[in-house]
Design a binder for this molecule. Sequence first.
Ligand SMILES: [Zn+2]
Ligand SMILES: [Zn+2]
Length: 163
Amino acid sequence: MSIYSKNGRLMIPVRSRRRGKIAKDNPCDVRYVVDKVYCPKGCNLVDKRQVINDFPGIRIGFKRDNGEGEFVISAVEGDFEKQVLHGKLEDGTKDELFCPHCGEEFRVLVDCNCSDGAEMVVLGLTPKLNYNNAITFCNVTGCSNGSFIRSGEVIRHVRLRNC
Ligand SMILES: [Zn+2]
Ligand SMILES: [Zn+2]
């Protein structure tokens, strides 16, 4: 099911894509987009060179016993598209997620109920991690559990279509 995009990066249509691409079903759909996301040590993880669905994505390192690499996730709420920069993700497999700049492992918020050992990691929207101002997502590939923990200012309210 994987295809290579024209710039050679692997595009993975994860399971949640069946919910439809952004705003396709509902032209007035409004999503939140984060423009600043930080590792636990304060490195900025938004990478302006890695654009997914018109917005710079969030760059993440991953590793497990038999592999490692980097991927970028969409900064758009509810959009589970990701691009693998190098390495290989395996559907249904948990990875240790860490900062690609300093190597700091991401903090775990709670267990995810999708599979044994799955965890929801948390990334702050401020350089100093504040769990009330963060995004959280599962560390198992293909699991679409995740949400934005909202608090006004650093999250821009974006209309993806005019309506
Ligand atoms: Zn870092
Ligand atoms: Zn999960």
